[in-house]
Ligand binder design. Structure first.
Ligand code: HEM
Length: 146
């Protein structure tokens, strides 16, 4: 058993309880929980888990710290994330051919994660940022969203 009641399970991933009293995304700990809750939904989604784990060969032990730092920068202004996410998704797109439904599903799970467990101005901001980034990313990859 690890801190916060998290259990390490197969694939080096955490099983995490997302049924919590809602808080804002105003601390690194809250962002950490949000990212873990989001990825537990991704793991349970057939198409996205195939993209991440079978085709994309994502190692969550390496990937999650990047994602946590990414949101820490965007929501809290913390330093520590300085990577080119567009190039990373361009390479992913070349490999797996992302479609509109992949972006829609990614965004729906992200929104659901926030609405289930978080509330407040930064939670609202996270939803806006995710939706803007998904829109920009899909149009630069020439994936048409409705
Ligand atoms: C169809 C939608 C999306 C899919 C299927 C997807 C999938 C992935 C995958 C598989 C990776 C790991 C790639 C690798 O390490 O080679 C990744 C990285 C990442 N994604 Fe996405 N993504 C999507 C949309 C988004 C959006 C909208 C955002 C931001 C709001 C985002 C933020 C990130 C970040 C920050 C990384 C980490 C890059 C790094 O290693 O520094 N993704 N994504």
């Amino acid at each position: 058993m690890l801190k916060n009641g998290k259990k390490r399970i197969k694939e080096g991933v955490f099983s995490v309880s997302c049924d919590v009293r809602k808080s804002d995304l105003d601390s690194p700990e809250a962002i950490e929980l949000m990212v873990e809750c989001f990825y537990s939904k991704i793991k349970n989604d057939p198409r996205l888990s195939r993209i991440f784990f079978e085709l994309g060969k994502v190692d969550l032990d390496k990937h999650l710290p990047h994602i946590k730092r990414y949101w820490g920068k965007l929501l809290l202004g913390n330093p520590g994330y300085d990577r080119h996410t567009m190039n990373i998704h361009r390479a992913l797109h070349e490999k797996v051919n992302l479609g509109p439904s992949d972006f829609e599903r990614w965004l729906a799970l992200f929104m659901e994660t926030i609405d289930d467990s978080f509330s407040g101005p930064l939670a609202k901001r996270a939803k806006k940022v995710a939706s803007n980034v998904a829109g920009n990313m899909s149009s630069s990859l020439k994936v048409d969203l409705d």
